[in-house]
Write a protein that binds this ligand. Structure first.
Ligand code: SDX
Length: 445
């Protein structure tokens, strides 16, 4: 692709030129040859373009980084036009069919599928790091009863950095590995504790006899039975959901983890920043917003008025649209298949499902949405499954944060190992006043 992009003249016609961009600065008449590598040009190659010796040189301006590659990565490949998602080259459809969340987490972090021995050791390590220090449990009790679970998760993950001070030694591979294992292991525990806190129920400790997702269900739902027996169909549905949420290249929260991690802070603090970014309704908070939107629509009959409100820009169609996917999000397609299965397992007849299906149908029949390439994304159907599993709406984004932890950490590790990594420090276009004299207090207003 890079070759092809480099050798077209913008009209899509192949030219004889090499992999370079010829730039003429019409302010000076100077011409520059800028190398094209992997379909990109380096922003720093434009700094040489000056009007005089005192000129700082040209910068590139790209708010929200809509057309800026921030790193090289071999973890996740997305083709937004074709609706393709691969982790380390393996299609998401095959991972959902054949793999497990912990095996995908290993793949993301280590770059290859594990041998049986490596997988056993990885699962054993994570299973035996699910507990958190009792003081973390006590600190969670300080939150209001109705504290949002994402606010609790954000705080407690950041607090974990104070329990593992050696994690600051980010250049130590062993410390990096232990922090990765601990965070993947403890996220379900902290998430379940926040759920139990909201309900005023005693916290349930991890059960090391259970699989990762079954253990999470046990920590959520166990009351006084001696042993919680998770429904294997729910365990598997959750495993598939978490595979689908594990990583998604340079999304907002991953970019935040990379930027924070580039200051060489410990990974607990960097992941806390990722949780904060995911919390937003335009990102991971969308699954919670979708359910609230479906509740407000109420019935299929109200859909036309709602969609008109979206077209009138009174609100967004939550769970639709994507910065990269300009086609159906492959994850949404897979999740949609599991909705009916989980509803059947839970014996739930959820009227919101009919509203969601009809809403999708009407939107995809409407030029306003298709012309803007707005299709269902990962968040459109996931909330319906969580609701069917009796998970409260404000826990939905926590259900996103748990599996995304493996992706954040894989990307954090890759960033540290990238010799081009430097502390993230963007430039700006200054629009304010210059050399203004200080006005004494008595002379203001
Ligand atoms: C996730 O990046 C990732 O990979 C994220 C994620 C991951 O796995 O990490 O995939 C997870 O965050 C999925 C997205 C969840 N968010 C939502 O569902 C919230 C609703 N979606 C939008 O807010 C929006 O689509 C974004 C934020 C997802 C993407 O926004 P962009 O790329 O900045 O697109 P845009 O705002 O420039 O929109 C382009 C046009 C605009 O119309 P015009 O002004 O050109 O006329 O589409 C419109 C927008 O107004 N538009 C929508 C819309 N999304 C975009 N109009 C109505 N409803 C929407 N949801």
């Amino acid at each position: 692709m890079a070759e092809q992009q480099a050798q077209t003249d913008g009209g899509g016609v192949a030219t004889a030129g090499g992999d370079t961009l010829t730039v003429t600065d019409n302010r000076t008449g100077q011409t520059f040859e800028v190398p094209i590598v992997d379909g990109t040009v380096r922003a720093m190659d434009f700094r040489q373009m000056k009007v005089d010796a005192d000129d700082f040189g040209l910068m590139t301006y790209d708010p929200a980084f809509t057309n800026t590659a921030s790193c090289r990565s071999s973890i996740t490949y997305i083709d937004g036009e074709a609706g393709i998602l691969e982790h380390r080259g393996i299609p998401i459809e095959q991972l959902c069919e054949h793999s497990s969340y912990l095996e995908v987490a290993y793949l993301l972090v280590h770059g290859e599928l594990p041998t049986q021995e490596a997988l056993d050791f990885w699962v054993y390590s994570i299973t035996h790091h699910t507990y958190v220090h009792e003081n973390i449990k006590k600190s969670m009790e300080a939150f209001r009863y109705d504290a949002h679970p994402m606010g609790m998760l954000l705080s407690t993950v950041g607090a974990l950095s104070t329990y593992y001070p050696a994690a600051k030694h980010i250049d130590d591979p062993t410390e990096r590995y232990m922090a990765i294992v601990r965070l993947i292991a403890k996220m379900p525990t902290l998430a379940a504790f926040s759920y139990r806190h909201n309900l005023g129920l005693p916290y349930v400790y991890p059960d090391n006899d259970l699989w990762y997702t079954g253990n999470f269900l046990s920590m959520l739902y166990r009351i006084n039975e001696p042993k919680y027996e998770p429904d294997p169909r729910l365990e598997r549905a959750l495993d598939v959901l978490w595979i689908l949420h594990a990583d998604h290249e340079q999304n907002c929260s991953t970019a935040a983890v990379r930027a924070i991690g580039s200051s060489q802070v410990d990974p607990y603090s960097a992941v806390a920043g990722g949780i904060a970014a995911l919390y937003g309704p335009l990102h991971g908070g969308a699954n919670e917003a979708v359910l609230k939107m479906l509740e407000r629509i109420g019935t299929v009959e109200n859909i036309p008025d709602f969609l008109q409100g979206v077209k009138d820009r009174k609100e967004k169609l939550m769970g639709f649209g994507h910065r990269v996917y300009k086609n159906y999000d492959p994850r949404a397609r897979i999740i949609k298949k599991h909705v009916d299965e989980v509803l059947e397992v839970m014996g739930v007849d959820n009227p919101k499902v009919a509203v969601a299906v009809e809403l999708e149908k009407r939107a995809l029949d409407d030029d306003y949405f298709t012309s803007r390439k707005l299709y269902p994304n990962v968040d459109f159907y996931s909330g319906l499954i969580y609701e069917a599993m009796n998970i409260p709406t404000d826990m939905f984004t926590v259900m996103f944060a748990i599996p995304r932890t493996a992706g954040w950490l894989a990307q954090w590790k890759e960033m540290l190992e990238d010799e081009e990594t430097k502390i993230a420090r963007p430039r700006q276009i200054y629009t304010g006043p210059r050399t203004v004299d200080y006005t004494p207090l008595g002379q203001r207003g």
